[in-house]
Design a protein around this ligand. Structure first.
Ligand code: MLC
Ligand code: AMP
Length: 449
């Protein structure tokens, strides 16, 4: 039997949508291009990537990163986006683990790539677990297509929209939803470089994406928030949107934000609808094709588990970790604790492990930061936690046992080794970590921040 054809992902970009005539179909950090130009630049990337098993790019917020993502899909070779501020430890791990070579992208290059896509994997995104270095999450083209079609239906997202956001282009939110989503639906894209409230206000979009930290900052900047009243839909995700931010946004912009829930491994699986109720603290109902269940719950609260077309293909080279992510009867274990209201509305109430921290919408493994701290010669012991924070959701706090080193030096050390957003925001020095009789550190016995 002939293999099934590889699914097209960027249907609007490649299908002759109206965007073809628009010189500013895609704007990133002040630079714009039309669809023809983008396809030409991506064609040049695809030619260079063809024949490799994966390729990496420095995923700055730029047209180059957009061309790389499109080029990867044209060639059918997975893209490995490297956070531009990744320090040597993180960068070496990503490149070594994926086997991808860093490809320089020159947006002025043009080529017409007419080959068929070679394979089904679209992206390999590195994401943190509770311990150890980040794992490569292999995301298929079919999963991306299914997710984006589900979201387009949920949010009435069409080529009439102008999508605005300023999120990083090395995670699902900014790259899959924020770039590939625009190129599949045909909506104009304005990426603001950074997700600053004033830049959101100036962009004049209809559809806005942000993580809760961004929405918190918008809500505190009244003129910018009021400028969003002409939009159609404000969408929040990647972490829990605090209820006060929901209410402030509604009051200032006239729009109750739509909240949706997802993960790198599952893409977006649950969302409130443009046409339906939006409730603070709730993430809506499953997207088309997604089935959810709450595990092991007497009180209706337990781990959220999933099945559906948007799930990942596995952790790269880690069949053990991939198998462990599923229950024996084949459900993906999100690690998030949730409940479901009588009408099917899902609420995410926490995480099973406190060692997975969400700060500013970034997922950060406590173990990864602990290992970075322990690499400093003055540090003897380290325990890292996420402490509640009004703007970041959680802030990274490190408790260390160390001699002759200050807070700033340790913070900079982690920022330089891993990346800036993984740095502790606070460091507390202890004479010893609290441990149980077995000698295991007891994070719940750490002193308050
Ligand atoms: C500060 N900086 C340092 C530093 N201290 N640099 C090096 N060493 C130090 N010690 C610099 C930073 O590099 C940065 O520079 C600047 O100071 C501010 O850094 P920051 O404090 O870390 O940024 P902040 O303003 O707090 O960031 C907030 C934020 C960011 C919201 C902009 O957290 C963000 O972009 N979050 C989005 C995360 C995201 O997209 N998650 C989606 C995951 S996908 P400079 O020059 O850069 O300003 C997912 C699936 C789903 O979850 O459901 O969506
Ligand atoms: P990441 O792999 O970076 O995409 O992080 C996924 C995690 O982000 C999930 O497991 C959740 O803990 C969290 N998350 C994403 N969206 C939401 C949301 N709307 N509400 C609460 N948590 C969320």
């Amino acid at each position: 039997m002939a293999p099934a054809p590889v699914v097209p992902v960027l249907t609007a970009l490649q299908g002759g949508a109206d965007g073809r005539d628009r010189e500013d179909a895609v704007t990133v950090d002040g630079r714009s291009c039309g669809y023809e130009e983008l396809l030409g630049a991506a064609g040049a990337v695809a030619r260079r990537a063809a024949g490799t098993k994966a390729f990496a790019v420095e995923a700055s917020a730029s047209l180059e990163t957009v061309a790389a993502a499109v080029g990867a899909l044209l060639a059918g070779v997975p893209l490995v986006p490297v956070p531009p501020d990744a320090g040597p430890a993180e960068r070496d791990h990503i490149l070594h683990d994926s086997g991808a070579e860093l490809l320089p992208v020159d947006f002025r290059e043009r080529a017409d790539f007419s080959g068929e896509p070679a394979g089904r994997a679209a992206l390999i995104l590195y994401t943190s677990g509770t311990t150890g270095p980040p794992k490569g999450v292999v995301i298929g083209r079919d999963a991306v297509a299914a997710c984006l079609d589900g979201l387009a239906a949920a949010w009435a997202w069409t080529a009439e929209d102008t999508l605005v956001h300023g999120l990083p282009l090395f995670h699902v939110h900014g790259l899959v939803l924020g770039v590939l989503g625009a190129l599949r639906t045909g909506s104009r894209l304005v990426h603001t470089g950074r997700p600053a409230p004033a830049a959101y206000a100036a962009a004049g979009g209809s559809l806005y994406f942000g993580v809760p930290t961004v929405w918190h900052r918008v809500a505190r900047d009244e003129p910018s928030a009021r400028a969003l009243s002409g939009a159609r839909l404000l969408v929040s995700g990647s972490a829990a949107l605090p209820a006060p931010v929901f209410h402030d946004l509604a009051a200032l912009t006239g729009h109750e934000p739509v909240e949706r829930y997802g993960m790198t491994e599952s893409l977006i699986t649950v969302s409130a609808r443009a046409s339906g109720p939006r409730r603070p603290g709730a993430v809506g109902t499953p997207l088309p094709g997604v089935t959810t269940r709450i595990a092991e719950s007497a009180d209706g609260i337990g781990e959220l588990q999933l099945q559906g077309p948007t799930l990942f293909d596995g952790y790269l080279g880690r069949p053990d970790a991939t198998a462990a992510a599923y229950t024996p009867d084949g459900w993906f274990r999100t690690g998030d604790i949730a409940s479901v209201d009588e009408d099917g509305t899902h609420r995410i109430v926490g995480r099973a492990s406190t060692d997975l921290i969400k700060s500013g919408g970034y997922r950060i493994g406590a173990g990864e930061v602990e290992n970075a701290l322990l690499a400093h010669p003055a540090v003897r012991e380290a325990a890292v936690v996420g402490a509640p924070h009004p703007d970041l959701g959680q802030e990274i706090v490190a408790y260390v046992v160390a001699d002759g080193v200050g807070e700033r030096e340790l913070t900079d050390f982690v920022a330089a080794h891993l990346s800036a957003h993984k740095r502790p925001r606070k460091v507390r020095f202890l004479s010893a970590l609290p441990r149980n009789a077995m000698g295991k550190p007891q994070k719940r016995l750490l002193p308050p921040v």
